[in-house]
Design a protein around this ligand. Sequence first.
Ligand SMILES: Nc1ncnc2c1ncn2[C@@H]1O[C@H](COP(=O)(O)OP(=O)(O)OP(=O)(O)O)[C@@H](O)[C@H]1O
Ligand SMILES: [Mg+2]
Length: 316
Amino acid sequence: MTHISPFNESGSHLLDGQRRQKIWAIGGGKGGVGKSLVTANLSICLALVGYKVVTIDLDLGGANLHTTLGVPIPEKTLSDYLTKKVKNLNELLTQTPIENLSIISGAQDDVGIANLKQMQKNKILSKLTELDADYILLDLGAGTTFNTLDFFISADQGILVALPEPTSIENTYRFIKSVFHRKLAMAEDLLEIGPMIDQIMNAKISQNATPADLIQRVIEQNPDMGRRLQMEIQKLQPRLIINQVRTQADIDIGFSMKIICKKYFGINLDYAGYLNYDATVWQSVKKRRPLLMEFPNSALVNNFDQIVHKLLKLNN
Ligand SMILES: Nc1ncnc2c1ncn2[C@@H]1O[C@H](COP(=O)(O)OP(=O)(O)OP(=O)(O)O)[C@@H](O)[C@H]1O
Ligand SMILES: [Mg+2]
């Protein structure tokens, strides 16, 4: 069972007077790496501590977060909100079997996250603050569409899930590179150097033009712009979870990725922790019961505890 206390490091009670919801977005370059598992179980950990949690399934292609949380597919979905059948996001909440934890289901038709219009996306993002919640967790689904990237960038914590295997690691770097590019492209302060950003971001690594080189080059040419660029990049601090680890070498991949991210992107990647490969996952999926509730003493639950501890420390 979870051992996290709802107190921050200074000992003050976080539930008192904390009104603004924290948003955690869970993404990753590739499908099937465990994003929904992570979203569901981080949500449960936070709810068990006593936070009010809303988890939103934005994996609109293969929405399955509800199954991971042991609830039938919710009747009302984000499409009802986008088509104005429902006026307030709170009306979409479905209570899960876990106290303090509700879910909002993604759109069921072709209003997929990839197809959300800019305005719809902005509407969702701005209205999230209406939700009666301390924490809002977003299951972003796979891919690097602009919408996915924008939800990831807008979150207080962007959490990447990767498997300890080459394709997943490559996809994770690709995701980070896309986030980096998107973030800079959206920064109005940096419009002036837009062409330079595009040129470097589209270059191959071998051309000695890494995103880290970009920062260096801008600093040399225009120190003021360079400072602003650095500030934007410092705001990007993605978290990384390595899922399905079987060996120490798998665990260590997270540390190497952190070093590579710093060197290549100039980005501080926080290695939030790892999750063991564990047969209890499919057993709980098969039973349609949340892992944390079905196997409270499994090694995985311990992994989740440690990760939530770390994430709470990073963001409170
Ligand atoms: N730590 C683990 N141990 C064992 N199996 C796991 C683990 N993590 C995930 N799995 C398995 O991988 C499958 C995919 O997990 P999940 O649905 O959470 O991934 P996803 O990234 O959300 O996938 P999608 O991109 O399709 O939404 C699960 O059904 C589960 O069986
Ligand atoms: Mg999923």
